[in-house]
Design a protein around this ligand. Structure first.
Ligand code: ADP
Ligand code: MG
Length: 479
């Protein structure tokens, strides 16, 4: 079922096959001209061959009020993540059941405990996150903003999404839709992310010190390059290294300053390290610990990384928890809570038993989520029953949380992707909002919303991001 809003604006254009074919060529060329590019799957470590980053042919309508709501809540989410990261009692309690059964979270948690024991050697905190939402369709045709998750590590597409507005503007112009083309917003998350990094670098206080982008094999290198370029504009040097490189050439001096290849490091910006596969050897874990113990500013530090887990998200939705983090700010609590979907514990005990029964009775109403990032890990539909039947009587179930499934209004669009035939798809979109903050000791010295990202996928896929080849880049067209 397509809503009126969805069909309104571009329907004539969408149905005009000859025009659509022309526009698809125009869009791909414009993407290349604008630098909306990525390395090919075949050569992810070389820029000799590049292609356009998959994107929609047309922007997607988003109600202005909901869009502004997402921007408005972002600085509160920044504050929330930052406060959680400083509350060790909360993190310990929230993650207690999870780390019993989830090895990856447990491993991160061990690093955290070591830091708690030794004390932090750096009081500067840099947070760069992205809060993701879908617009849940109400019966009356309006939609409400519901958070899917918040990414506190390696949130991507802040670079490429600063270049996509010009692609869609151009496509709409060529399609004779000048007026709509003027409604596509400017967007520059890369500048804001770099501003946060630059602020942390400045506070670190050494002109010679560098920023390290911790990376892996990455076809999306161009997304990082935009942030690097913003740093170079300020004459801040950045280098790219893998866990492996740091293992060989990284060390701490007696003051716990981090050196890599002889260069002092002011900020470690993690663009990897969020999933078990990123830690290919034991040495990768040693490197994570070494960096965490160092005086370099970590983005994110281990506690901020843990604050972004799905288990923490579920605990935050419990009555009274937000109030604890915002004791004198009922308005912040209200703004944040309004974006929560139903989230349910699978901890052992009567409440978790109730969650199991509810999920087994109506699996299509929910999404079952393990503590993983990067797309493709969630469980839907009848598979929820299979998984829960197998684990429901054991503590293994506490590795998951259950969440209400959000139902955005499907819209028609064309997804432009290399080697995929051009065809109209029924699509769902996910809106991301980037946040950047810097704190030194008790002082929040920066707390900002720095841009947005719209990603769209065919409704036949329930999960999976751009990197997984499912979602593509898009732009909101405010209505
Ligand atoms: P990941 O860390 O793997 O990105 P997410 O929680 O973002 O995990 O889920 C991945 C994808 O699954 C989302 O991009 C979205 O398409 C879909 N998804 C996740 N949660 C929900 C939900 N509650 N309702 C509908 N779709 C969801
Ligand atoms: Mg996600």
């Amino acid at each position: 079922m397509l809503t009126k809003m969805a069909q309104g604006i571009l329907e004539e254009v969408l149905m005009n096959t000859a025009l659509v074919e022309d526009l698809a060529e125009v869009a791909k060329d414009e993407a290349l001209l604008q630098g909306v590019v990525m390395r090919t799957r075949e050569t992810p470590n070389s820029s000799e061959l590049v292609t356009y980053t998959p994107l929609t042919l047309f922007p997607t309508s988003v109600p202005k009020a909901v869009f502004l709501q997402a921007l408005a809540v972002q600085t509160h989410y920044n504050t929330l993540v930052d406060r959680i990261s400083q509350d060790s009692d909360f993190l310990k309690e929230a993650l207690a059941s999870t780390i019993e059964v989830d090895d990856f979270t447990a491993r991160l948690f061990r690093i955290y405990q070591q830091i708690l024991k030794e004390g932090r050697s750096q009081s500067i905190v840099l947070g760069l996150n992205r809060s993701d939402y879908m617009l849940d369709q109400r019966d009356d045709g309006t939609s409400s903003l519901k958070q899917i998750e918040i990414n506190t590590i390696a949130a991507c597409f802040g670079g490429l999404s600063s270049r996509t507005p010009d692609v869609h503007r151009h496509v709409l112009k060529v399609a004779g839709r000048l007026e709509e083309s003027q409604h596509i917003l400017d967007n520059n998350p890369a500048a804001g992310l770099a501003q946060g990094i630059a602020k942390a670098w400045e506070l670190y206080g050494s002109e010679r010190a560098v920023i390290v982008f911790l990376v892996e094999e990455n076809p999306e290198i161009f997304d990082h390059r935009y942030v690097e370029k913003e740093l170079w504009k300020r004459n801040i040097r950045s280098i790219r290294r893998r866990f492996d490189d740091v293992s060989r050439t990284g060390s701490l001096d007696q003051d716990k300053r981090l050196f890599i290849d002889g260069l002092e490091v002011a900020v470690v910006y993690f663009r990897t390290g969020f999933m078990p596969q990123n830690y290919t050897t034991e040495q990768s874990w040693d490197v994570r610990l070494m960096m965490e113990c160092s005086r370099a500013v970590k983005c994110p530090d281990i506690s901020t990384h843990l604050a972004g887990t799905k288990k923490v998200q579920q605990v935050l939705a419990r009555p009274g928890v937000l109030e604890k983090f915002f004791p004198d700010q009922p308005q912040a609590v209200e703004l944040i809570r309004a974006t929560f979907a139903g989230l349910y514990t699978l901890d052992m005990g009567p409440e978790g038993d109730k969650t199991v029964a509810m999920a087994l009775a109506e699996p299509d109403r929910f999404v079952l989520k393990p503590q993983r990032e990067g797309g493709g890990n969630n469980i839907y539909g009848s598979e929820i029953c299979q998984v829960l039947e197998a684990v429901k009587d054991s503590t293994e179930r506490t590795a998951y949380i259950l969440m209400d499934k959000i139902h955005p209004a499907p819209v028609h669009n064309y997804l432009l992707r290399r080697d995929a035939p051009l065809k109209m798809s029924t699509c769902l979109s996910e809106l991301g909002v980037f946040g950047a903050y810097v704190r030194r000791g008790e002082d929040m010295v920066m707390n900002e919303c720095v841009g947005h990202l719209l990603r769209t996928k065919s409704s036949e896929h329930s999960d999976g991001g751009v990197a997984a080849g499912v979602a593509v880049l898009d732009n909101p067209l405010l209505i």
